[in-house]
Design a protein. Structure first.
Length: 509
């Protein structure tokens, strides 16, 4: 326990965001640099002596949250970093991108605002990098065994780092031109600047991990040949097949998957492009899908100079408090206002002639531009085949089914539409699944046993390719767990940790 009165005397404070009018003009992270350090020790001190820390259950990594909260409260940053890295290879990723199911499971959250676990985490790791506490950890000796990891997202990187540190020679294959997977090209810069990935890659290189970019297994290298070349293979290729929207007009120019739109914006920030071939500049933008990827599209469109941005969600608007059927410590479906949604409200006020910088902030920040309980019926285009409008209808649940509400049809302007409705499974078009001869489960994911092994001897699977679309913390946890399975396959035993089983699921009802 850090401060025995901390949660009684200190209220919850979170990271300060930069002014909206400033941040929509650049691609830097939305938070004020250094704003957490003056407050974070007291925030860590709100962690209470709860007896059974349910935050451990909320986090699939099993992060030792009360321990590093205690060190952060005492400002022993080196010890806090050691405890943080004991369970998490990349806390600077999770501290920025994870939706923090640990906070939903925080015991203090039963009747008070939960501990700002995510903010404490990112403060510890940023301080550790600044102090030089994050250094390469090469193995003392090599095993003589070789492992190929397919995919360089969080699951692949976690598995590769664990196996490298165990003494195996590991090569990571990535089909894109840079390492990072969706961390690199699916997450906008304003959510996580790519310098955080770059310095981790350099740490891993110094430890001995090899990286092979622009190499797609199944196309550039036959999967069966890869298996013969290495003693073991880890498939961490993600669930990259986007869910489509098969309605009339889908073929019109200007209707794109989110993962066609977002990577190009990131390539501009990498310096590969001057202007994105798919841009929101001067256009009315509609984002279909109310999740985090949809919010990423919203924030990206703002920075590209969209005329307006509307986000559509087929489900009803979530409440701001827990539903009775989502009790603590489960992860509740709550109404969220991301930085991108704040920006929508701000810019909408600007367009109405209201100065949002004057007086109190809008009490309904985040409401503007979000439409719930609607379904797209079709797209309308011009004579040149460019999308110009989206037609929708309101829907409601009846007898457990979504039904359209008669008389609610309407259209909204749309010169750019992004589909951010999730993913349906791992890519099979490149031949990887067929060439390996992998079995799939009933949901189309790569099937695996308790050790993350597939039906093919020596081939393992981790992350979204085996679990289906999930969170970054689950991906890292799976990478660490699969590494243990591979290590045991190669050597007969393993001292590597395995935080989760393949059958484990999030703490939800």
């Amino acid at each position: 326990m850090a401060d025995p009165k901390g949660f009684l005397t200190t209220g919850r404070e979170v990271a300060e965001t930069r002014p909206v009018g400033e941040r929509v003009k650049d691609w830097n992270e939305v938070y004020v640099p250094g704003s957490l350090l003056p407050i974070i020790s007291k925030q860590a001190g709100r962690c209470m002596d709860c007896g059974i820390p349910f935050c451990h259950n909320g986090c699939p990594l099993g992060n030792l949250i009360p321990e590093w909260n205690d060190y952060a409260y005492r400002e022993d940053w080196s010890a806090a970093s050691e405890r943080l890295h004991a369970t998490n290879n990349f806390p600077e990723f999770t501290g920025r991108l994870c939706p923090a199911p640990c906070e939903s499971a925080c015991v203090l959250g039963i009747n008070q605002p939960a501990v700002t676990i995510k903010n404490v985490e990112v403060s510890i790791i940023d301080k550790a990098w600044g102090n030089g506490d994050v250094t390469p950890q090469p193995p003392e000796r090599l095993s003589g065994k070789t492992v190929a990891v397919i995919g360089s997202g969080p699951a692949g990187l976690a598995a590769a780092q664990q196996l490298t540190r165990a003494g195996h020679t590991v090569a990571v294959y990535e089909r894109a031109d840079r390492i990072g997977g969706l961390l690199r090209y699916g997450i906008p810069e304003f959510k996580m600047e790519k310098s955080h990935i770059n310095r981790r890659i350099e740490q891993m290189r110094a430890e001995g991990t090899k990286f092979r970019t622009e190499t797609e297994i199944g196309k550039d290298i036959d999967a069966a040949k890869l298996r013969r070349r290495y003693d073991a293979v880890v498939i961490a290729a993600g669930a990259t097949v986007s869910r489509d929207l098969p309605v009339p007009g889908r073929e019109l120019n200007g209707v794109h998957f989110a993962m066609e739109y977002l990577p190009l914006a990131n390539k501009v920030q990498e310096g590969d492009l001057t202007v994105s071939p798919i841009t929101a500049e001067g256009k009315h933008v509609v984002v279909i899908g109310g999740g985090d990827t949809g919010a990423d599209c919203v924030g990206t469109a703002h920075r590209q100079g969209a005329l307006s941005v509307t986000q559509l969600e087929i489900m009803p608007r979530p409440g701001e408090d827990r539903n009775a059927n989502q009790p603590w410590p489960t992860f509740p479906m709550l109404y969220k206002v991301t930085s991108a949604h704040e920006e929508t409200t701000y810019l909408a006020q600007k367009r109405k002639g209201i100065d949002p910088d004057e007086g109190p902030s809008c009490p309904k920040a985040g409401e503007e531009g979000r439409v719930y309980s609607v379904s797209t019926t079709h797209f309308e285009g011009d004579e040149e085949g460019n999308v110009q409008a989206l037609h929708l209808v309101e829907v409601e649940f009846k007898d457990g089914k979504l039904e359209q509400k008669p008389g609610t049809e309407r259209s909204i302007p749309a010169q750019l539409v992004t589909l951010a409705m999730g993913f349906t499974g791992t890519d099979q078009a490149n031949g990887l699944v067929q060439q390996f001869g992998l079995e799939l489960d009933e949901r189309g994911n790569v099937a695996r046993d308790a050790d993350y092994a597939t039906n093919v001897d020596g081939v393992f699977v981790a992350g979204d390719a085996g679990r289906g679309q999930s969170l970054i913390v689950w991906a890292i946890a799976e990478g660490r767990s699969a590494a243990r399975g591979v290590d045991r396959f190669l050597t007969g035993a393993s001292a590597l940790p395995a935080p989760i089983r393949p059958t484990d699921r999030a703490l939800m009802v």
